[in-house]
Design a protein. Structure first.
Length: 301
């Protein structure tokens, strides 16, 4: 893949398959991501192809997630510290395994809880319709006649019915062809995002205070917002029951921020307040204090 040519042709995001199930690793993953980084690709990601647990010997969804993360760490150890790096879960109806959408949703929840990264679920309407659980951002696919042409010519437009909501969500990405030419490369999967590069950066990195603070809380306490409480593993001691209190806390932070905004000139700016809150939420002493406070209410040490 000529990724330098793709970047020069206007491409801003690129993902590559890393693993499938618990026994398949993509041999070219590291090379592809290394070349994408060298080419200056703004956003990069890796994806996990989920398999039905037990099908052809593949393990549980948690085992598939662990297999995926371990491979990422071994091949591209820099992925965890790159804010623009995101994770993708691929769920489809394969001829050899018609994977249920619940397995993809479970993988998304586990990846968010374990990494704090933004996770998108590739689960097309043509496979699942309105049956996809959870509220993960969706990556749709709709090729139409799938012509072989430069990617800009093939794009159906921002108002195309291919962007229509399904499973209670409007897709955030649309894969609209598999035979497009990008840069010098023919036969490419072409994908679109309806927005600016800065808007996509905010989506992926959590560029505003609310998103980043919520992400910090999720990572600190492994809050599985999208799991049924009965399905939470023993290690996840914070359940959906605390989601509303956490959101109320974030609401109070917003109120304080609004009041600070109304102060006279010379006081901290909104950006300074946002930065201070984020820094505090990531401070080990602050997190320990919150953990100690919760533990005291649970009467445990």
């Amino acid at each position: 893949m000529d990724l330098g040519s793709a970047v020069r042709d206007g491409m801003t995001f690129f993902t590559h398959k890393a693993t499938e199930g618990t026994s398949i690793r993509h041999a070219h993953y590291r090379d592809a991501l290394t070349r994408a980084a060298a080419a200056g690709m703004a956003f990069m990601g890796a994806y996990l192809v989920v398999r039905t647990p037990g099908n052809n010997g593949h393990g549980s969804v948690p085992a598939q997630v662990s297999y995926f993360l371990s491979y990422l760490d071994s091949q591209t150890p820099w992925w965890r510290t790159r804010p623009e790096f995101f994770l993708q879960v691929d769920t489809e109806h394969w001829g050899y395994d018609d994977v249920g959408p619940q397995h993809g949703a479970e993988a998304c929840a586990l990846l968010r809880a374990q990494t704090g990264k933004w996770v998108v679920h590739y689960a097309p309407r043509w496979a699942y319709g309105d049956s996809i659980p959870g509220d993960d951002p969706l990556w749709a696919s709709s090729y139409g006649t799938n012509p072989a042409a430069p990617y800009r010519q093939v794009y159906p437009g921002d108002n195309s019915s291919a962007w229509a909501p399904y499973s209670r969500r409007t897709p955030i990405f649309l894969q609209y062809g598999s035979r497009t030419t990008i840069g010098s490369q023919p036969n490419c999967d072409a994908n679109a995002y309806r927005g600016t590069v800065d808007q996509l950066r905010t989506v992926i990195t959590g560029g505003d205070m609310d998103q980043q603070t919520e992400r910090a809380l999720k990572v600190a306490f492994a809050v599985p917002y999208d799991q049924d409480p009965a399905a939470i593993s023993p290690g996840c001691w914070v359940s959906r029951a605390v989601e509303q209190p956490l959101r109320e806390t974030l609401g109070k932070v917003r109120e304080v921020s609004t009041k600070v905004d109304a102060l006279q000139p010379g006081t901290p700016t909104q950006a300074q307040i946002d930065a201070a809150v984020l820094k505090a939420m990531k401070d080990p002493d602050v997190l320990k204090g919150i953990g100690d406070a919760i533990a005291s209410h649970l009467h445990v040490t």
